[in-house]
Design a binder for this molecule. Structure first.
Ligand code: PEP
Length: 249
């Protein structure tokens, strides 16, 4: 349905220069993109504005890769949700596994940041997912539910949230989840949503998959009924990002 437009995000992580970001934008702009897909790229904070400027007039929006929940103050090195709002940045990624693992973000931090972003009218790509150890113990769904419950405690309205299921073992490893593995967790997330957000909100909710998505595996993943898009890291820096955007064609 129109409410569930296929969504493709590109997480550039801490890569590139202002110039290479603009070049990448030119590559994407010169390609023919499926107009039924919502596309959001997340450059490094310093590159958000020039990339947004370069994307003017296209269907592609930008996202921060992280934001701090406080509006302003003595938080050296952070960028606040209200600063993103002031710069007209429409999206932010919250709870990426690299933030959780390398920078110590807890479920409670992720909930707090999500709440703050929404309060400042910024849509959220909310990342959840289990580690390899947790998958091997059959805990994938429990972990994801725990991560979602933490946000639900702080946030009632999920209409501006896209949930990215990103198994940690699949991120940046070249080890993509099988379509069946991803579909199983996505279906569990939709079950969680029906119980916790209601059927109406669930009908509008997009759960997207992330973890070694590439041109060569995107179509099979996209054919699964509960996979409503992708969050792409490595391949979002390459021309094949266009093929991923066009997965449904
Ligand atoms: C990511 O960083 O969100 C990601 C999915 O990375 P990659 O596509 O490189 O696995």
């Amino acid at each position: 349905s129109a409410d569930r437009k296929f969504f493709v995000g590109g997480n550039w992580k801490m890569n590139g220069t202002i110039e290479s970001g603009k070049k990448l934008v030119e590559t994407i702009k010169s390609a023919k993109l499926d107009s039924n897909v919502e596309v959001v790229v997340a450059p490094p904070a310093l590159h958000l504005l020039p990339v947004q400027e370069a994307l003017k007039g296209t269907q592609i929006q930008v996202a921060g890769q992280n934001a701090y929940h406080q509006v302003s103050g003595a938080f050296t090195g952070e960028v606040s949700v209200s600063q993103l709002q002031d710069a007209n940045i429409p999206w932010v990624i919250i709870g990426h596994s690299e933030r959780r693992t390398l920078f110590g973000e807890t479920d409670a931090n992720v909930a707090e940041k999500t709440k703050a972003a929404l309060k400042h009218d910024i849509s959220v790509i909310l990342c959840v997912g289990e580690t390899l150890e947790q998958r091997e113990k059959n805990e994938s769904i429990n972990v994801v539910v725990r991560q979602l419950d933490a946000v639900k405690k702080e946030v009632d309205d999920w209409t501006k949230i896209v949930i990215a299921y990103e198994p940690v073992w699949a991120i940046g490893t070249g080890k993509v989840a099988t379509p069946e593995q991803a579909e199983e967790v996505h279906a569990a997330i939709y079950d969680w949503a029906v119980k916790n957000l209601g059927q109406g909100a669930t009908d509008k909710l997009r759960v997207i998959y992330g973890g070694s998505v590439a041109g060569k595996n995107c179509k099979e993943l996209a054919s699964k009924p509960s996979i409503l898009g992708f969050l792409v890291g490595g391949a979002s820096l390459k021309p094949e990002f266009v093929d991923i955007i066009n997965s449904k064609l």
